[in-house]
Design a protein. Structure first.
Length: 182
């Protein structure tokens, strides 16, 4: 495989390939990307990711499904790169479970009727699977499942297609830059 000069992959396409679009618009599909194709993330717009493929093509994809690749270790004295910390999501899961447990106890003790129980539990959503060092957590705020290895989280699956706007309106779209510029 030939690679575009100066190309440095930041991600690879998932093992089953992925749909791609000419623009961040579901009405403009293009040829799907091949499984495990190395890509470089150029820009993010909400869930959309503009990628440069190792063969020189570019496409927009659902960035939540891209798989990060390891980068060289930081140079001495450089700031440490941060990864998603699993602890806040674990804390939210514990809080949601505690709220649900409290409602169940009140219902079982006769302090709530079924309509009140339904009102107290409406909108509560969690999902947790722990298997040894691996954890899968449902992130209800971002409508996705994430996988964690104890130190970092990465998106595993999502509930919906990519959105044009960021899930958090307080954050502007991100443009990824390299030492050589955007």
């Amino acid at each position: 495989m030939t690679t575009t000069p100066g190309f440095r992959p930041t991600h690879v396409v998932p093992e089953h390939g992925m749909p791609a679009w000419e623009a961040p618009d579901p009405a403009r599909p293009t040829v799907p990307l091949d499984a495990l194709l190395p890509v470089q993330l150029l820009e993010r717009r909400g869930d959309w990711a503009h990628t440069l493929c190792s063969n020189g093509w570019s496409a927009w994809v659902d960035g939540r499904h891209l798989i990060s690749v390891s980068q060289d270790p930081p140079a001495a004295g450089a700031p440490q790169a941060r990864t998603a910390d699993p602890r806040p999501l674990l804390a939210r899961a514990e809080q949601t479970l505690a709220r649900y447990r409290s409602a169940v106890e009140e219902l079982a003790g006769g302090g709530l009727d079924s309509a009140s129980f339904e009102a107290r539990t409406k909108g509560l959503r969690i999902g947790v699977v722990v298997d040894g060092t691996s954890v899968w957590l449902y992130d209800a705020d971002h409508e996705r499942w994430v996988y964690g290895d104890g130190t970092r989280l990465s998106t595993y699956a999502t509930d919906d297609g990519p959105r044009a706007e960021p899930a958090d309106p307080g954050h502007a779209p991100t443009q990824v830059v390299s030492p050589d510029g955007p």
